[in-house]
Design a protein around this ligand. Structure first.
Ligand SMILES: NC(=O)c1ccc[n+]([C@@H]2O[C@H](COP(=O)([O-])OP(=O)(O)OC[C@H]3O[C@@H](n4cnc5c(N)ncnc54)[C@H](O)[C@@H]3O)[C@@H](O)[C@H]2O)c1
Ligand SMILES: [Zn+2]
Length: 370
């Protein structure tokens, strides 16, 4: 088991990464001084089916009794981040707590479960402890770290939220064994992002080994997750509240990526990772047009690497107007150029550029349409 620290003064917390470390959950609680003996484990049926009893046993070793809150089955996992589920969770929390038991929360799932659980922990009695046990690659490298929590409203995603740090993150790579293939690719899009923004060595590992090479090699997978977690931890330590132009680098590929996701939200064909993959290429194309890109081999290397992780190089069919609209431009203001992009300079280095001219953006969007 390897450990690293998110440094945030009195809110600092450890991240543990390793294979089969779920069995050590009680040790982790002990280390971070969670003394509550009642846990509500928030999860989904599909996930709990594989590890509910292992976690229950592991917690029992520390005298912790676990009750499970499993989000209702739905077509989309995102549906669990709703007001309905949120209040059901809060009610179960109040019920247990009302019996005079001090309770803490455990998020056992992907980003959806992590965001929901973290937000309940942030708000219930103005804050109770919670830990993250991420079960998707995306959550292990990204969403479980950094304390961004929240739920969706019918009006939009993540509209209710808080920054509230967990007390620990326990990333057991064996939990990923049951993760469906496309969620691996989604997670790897974020991993590739870390390589481009901060870690040339990580990028080379990805480039050399590809999806299967990493997935099947437990040690290498652990190393890759650890490198990503370290980058995220460092960025969060430097800019917890997202105010200093540091945390924004995590948005690399996400500006155009979100627009692709939003504009195709009815088709459900595009996953977040696929949209980010194309978004990273759009950012590279913009960087090239603006003369920001110093390493002329970067776009080609990024394309080849994305393909090795079953990620696309193009989006399908969306009009440039629809993408502009999704980026918040309205028809009258398309020339105001109000936007902000994280652009690659070399592998491992980025620049934040505001007001990318509309014609440059249009050209990059059109180049990546299939
Ligand atoms: N808080 C943050 O900083 C942050 C960062 C990135 C994304 N997010 C949020 O995270 C969410 C996406 O998270 P995600 O990509 O992890 O998806 P997810 O939580 O929807 O999980 C993906 C699917 O995989 C299933 N699953 C998860 N783990 C499994 C396992 N081990 N075995 C079998 N099936 C498993 C889930 O049931 C779900 O259907 C979005 O809501 C997004 O807004 C938050
Ligand atoms: Zn993302």
């Amino acid at each position: 088991m390897r450990a690293l620290q998110v440094r945030l003064k009195d809110r600092s917390y450890p991240i543990f990464v390793g294979r089969d470390i779920l069995s050590r959950a009680a040790d982790v609680l002990n280390k971070v001084k969670i003394s509550q003996k009642h846990a509500i484990v928030v999860s989904q049926k599909e996930i709990a089916a594989h590890c509910q009893w292992r976690l229950t046993d592991a917690l029992a070793k520390g005298g912790v009794e676990a009750a499970f809150f499993l989000t209702p089955a739905a077509k989309s996992s995102e549906a669990a981040k709703s007001q309905g589920t949120y209040f059901k969770l809060i009610k179960q929390l109040a019920l247990l707590d009302g019996k005079g038991r001090s309770v803490f929360l455990i998020a056992l799932g992907g980003g959806v479960i992590g965001d929901l659980t973290g937000f309940a922990a942030a708000v219930y009695r103005r804050g109770i402890p919670y830990i993250q046990i991420p079960t998707t690659l995306t959550a292990q490298v990204d969403s479980a770290i950094g304390g961004k929590t929240g739920i969706d409203l019918p009006e939009g995603k993540n509209l209710l939220g808080a920054i509230y740090q967990p007390r620990a993150v326990l990333s057991d790579t064996a939990l990923l064994d049951t993760l469906p293939d496309r969620h691996w690719s989604d997670g790897f899009a974020e991993v590739i992002k870390y390589g481009v923004i901060r870690d040339a060595r990580l990028f080379s590992i990805l480039e050399k080994n590809g999806k299967e090479g990493i997935r099947k090699n437990h040690r290498l997978l652990e190393k890759v997750i650890l490198r990503c977690a370290r980058i995220k931890a460092r960025i969060v330590s430097e800019d917890e509240w997202d105010k200093k132009d540091i945390r924004i680098v995590l948005n690399f590929g996400h500006t155009a990526g979100h627009a692709i996701e939003a504009a195709s939200r009815f088709s459900r064909e595009v996953t977040h990772g696929q949209a980010v993959a194309v978004g990273m290429l759009i950012a590279s194309d913009i960087a090239d047009s603006l003369g920001v890109l110093k390493d002329k081999t970067l776009t080609g290397r990024l394309e080849k690497t994305l393909l090795k992780f079953d990620l696309p190089l193009f989006y399908k069919g969306l009009s440039t107007e629809a993408l502009f609209r999704a980026m918040g431009y309205d028809k009258k203001k398309t020339d105001s150029g109000k936007n902000r992009f994280v652009l690659p300079v070399t592998i491992g280095k980025t620049a934040v550029v505001s007001d990318v001219p509309t014609d440059v953006l249009t050209k990059a969007l059109e180049k990546r349409r299939n």
